[in-house]
Design a protein around this ligand. Structure first.
Ligand SMILES: [Mn+2]
Length: 389
């Protein structure tokens, strides 16, 4: 029996800093990645198509994405391939009990060829007959009610319908788990009864053994942000025959992505902008997502010589999408250049305080303004010294 397993396709993913045209092209790339998984399933005549959550990036996907997935499922159905899906943390409504809230997977499961294991009351399993034999597939959708550190398999019971393949959308302990989300403990995984556990959620693919269980993390079908630049997108093919398991990871070609880091210390010269533009032109690629990070300590003078708008414009022209990261940039502590500027900050503070005092009709208010002025002047002269007023 041949199975295709994919997860974290994140169809319709939103990028706040893309132009509407870029966003549409990016979303098309995400759909294209998913359709390549379906192409593979059709060309290789697999028996089952399993999706491990976060098919959509939101619980309320746009019609474009719903229509697209419906079309892909139709293709699978026409080839006699059944689809089983679960919900992920992105595409499951936060409160499934709220009036009118419904997982988008319910729309898809109107097709007879689609089974959605919502798992609102614990794990579910379903008995399937394929061209190459029978199989029980279990599913544990992402449950928004779980607290950080909770184990979704704790107390989970399949009664006597123990799945041979279990689909989940959770992190595995000691493997990509970040504090703040639920976590599957290794002990409960080893004891769950399933022979193969297929995990969505971790965008990095891996295969490992926990007790007698083979654990496979799907990995995403595209690198969703610059933090995933080292990931290899793709999907898995499983072949189960006479109790034996063979697995293959099929890679997909992602949209090119470059990350450029420039040390602030290298920008101390007369024209730091020129240095950056030269670096940018070296990796210019109109099809690529590009992120430039300027990191380290920069003097205020050098910072003012940086023409950020020009850098941003050139980066945008030379790439599909340009992101400029300045969060790692620190401005050097320097003396405040009071002598060179036409505005006298002390005078400005006193003037503002006088205006505020004049508009106050209560003594407490006036005292407060006086205190604030004192503090502000003290800060201006450097912490700790007491100015004479
Ligand atoms: Mn997820």
């Amino acid at each position: 029996m041949k199975i295709v397993f994919t997860a974290d396709n994140h169809l319709g993913c939103y990028y706040a800093r893309m132009t509407p045209a870029q966003l549409e092209r990016r979303r098309l790339a995400l759909r294209l990645a998913f359709s390549q998984v379906v192409d593979y399933a059709l060309e290789n005549e697999v028996d089952l198509f399993l999706q491990g959550g976060d098919l959509f990036d939101q619980p309320d996907p746009r019609n474009v994405e719903i229509a697209f997935v419906t079309g892909q499922i139709k293709r699978l159905e026409s080839a006699g391939i059944q689809t089983v899906l679960i919900g992920g943390n992105h595409d499951t409504p936060r409160s499934s009990g709220a009036p009118g809230s419904m997982a988008p997977h319910r729309i898809l499961s109107h097709s007879n060829a689609v089974i959605y294991l919502a798992g609102a009351d614990g794990p579910e399993s379903v008995h399937l007959s394929t061209r190459h034999g029978e199989i029980i597939v279990g599913g544990l959708s992402s449950d928004p009610r779980l607290q950080p550190g909770d184990d979704p398999l704790q107390g989970a019971s399949f009664s006597d319908n123990i799945p041979s393949v279990l689909l989940m959308h959770y992190s595995l302990a000691d493997h990509g788990w970040v504090a703040g989300e639920p976590v599957v403990k290794r002990e409960s995984l080893a004891a769950c009864g399933a022979g193969i556990v297929l995990l969505g959620h971790n965008h990095r693919s891996f295969r490992q053994t926990v007790g007698a269980v083979t654990v496979i993390s799907a990995g995403a079908t595209e690198r969703l942000d610059f933090g995933e630049i080292g990931n290899r997108p793709g999907f898995w093919v499983l072949e189960i025959e006479n109790g034996g398991l063979q697995t293959d990871f099929v890679t997909l070609t992602p949209q090119p992505m470059h990350r450029l880091r420039i040390a602030a210390e290298d920008l101390a010269g007369d024209d730091p902008t020129a240095i950056i533009l030269e670096h940018l032109s070296e990796i210019a690629d109109e099809g690529a997502m590009l992120r430039l990070d300027i990191e380290g300590t920069l003097s205020r003078a050098a910072y003012h010589r940086l023409r950020l708008t020009e850098i941003w414009r050139r980066g945008t022209e030379q790439s599909f999408y340009f992101d400029l990261g300045l969060s790692g940039l620190i401005l050097a502590e320097e003396e405040f250049p009071t002598a060179d500027i036409s505005v006298n900050p002390q005078e400005e503070l006193r003037r503002a305080a006088a205006e505020m005092t004049a508009s106050r009709h209560d003594d407490a208010g006036r005292r407060l303004v006086g205190e604030a002025l004192k503090t502000a002047l003290a800060r201006l002269h450097g912490e700790g010294c007491r100015p004479e007023l």
